[in-house]
Design a protein around this ligand. Sequence first.
Ligand code: SF4
Length: 354
Amino acid sequence: MSIKTIDLFSSKRHSFWANVSDADWSSWAWQLQHKITTLDQLIEIAKHDPSFKLDVEDIIKTQTEFNFGITPYYFSLINLADPRCPIGLQALPSSEENVKLDNELLDFPKEETMMPVPGLTHRYPDRAMLYTTHHCAVYCRFCTRKRKVSNPTSTLQTNQILKAIEYVKDHPVIREVILSGGDIFSFSDKQLNEMLTGLREIPHVEIIRLGTRNLVTMPCRVTESLVNVLKQHHPIYIHTHFNHVSECTLEAFKACQMLRKAGCVVNNHTVILKGINDSAGDIEALNEKLIMMGVQPYYLYHCDLTYGSHHFRTKIHDDLELVRGLHKHTDWSHEINVPHYMIDTPGGGKVELI
Ligand code: SF4
């Protein structure tokens, strides 16, 4: 019997949710309603699972204003017996977040200083990025926008979104709009359709890019109804954010396949994170799976100097060694599985280093 690509991907569901129906488990509404957001919920799971070795005491010590939230789907990818599990480290608060270094900034990319109207960063002449919502399925502990993501007051009101679209309309130099957040797939299909329709009515907007980590943290968000909306507004580029090979599950594979069949281009950016994916082997394993999923490994980022993220940050010198390691392994897929290595500069935008 021949092995198909799809056979190389698998699903995981923690036994805590063993009795949940498949229909509920694959519903994004159910996943959001059952997000783990409190320590009491974590303690309940720990009581149920004798393999649970995570340091709940340390989580309690974390004084963070940044929300804590994990979908049952993403939680199931955590190896609870391993306090250094790459998925757990990305999603569970740690007291390291309390440490704020002098060189770390609240708004490292200086997005707020380049906003002609609320929410719209216009840094590069031909491109604008619209921050739309504070919602994310999972709050990643290394998030570069933690200053506003998870804060309800940062979400744009409908009239502010309309003003931002008006600004784009008044600036024919803008050819590309990135809808970001938070997670743009946090909106309903109807709301998303309205935004995309507004942008598509502007003749000079050629490309629309959607920034979402839902493919990683809640892939069941990609439904027939969602792809039917996206199909109407091509070209649509999806920028997603897989950081580790364990995130490449069967569910993620299927979600990416649906988006590709609907004609979307799916690109990935990965942030190099200490102890999570900081070796050439980690990135190679991830990129091989991404390619099988039809996702282009596009950018490899150095972790931004965002406050409370020092424990994730590698050295640029080590990142460069990692990328050189990727280049050494030349094979058929070399051209497509070595992403551009980028750093964000404070206020100066992205710079490609290798
Ligand atoms: S999904 Fe993106 S915006 Fe949301 S917390 Fe994670 S990194 Fe930040």
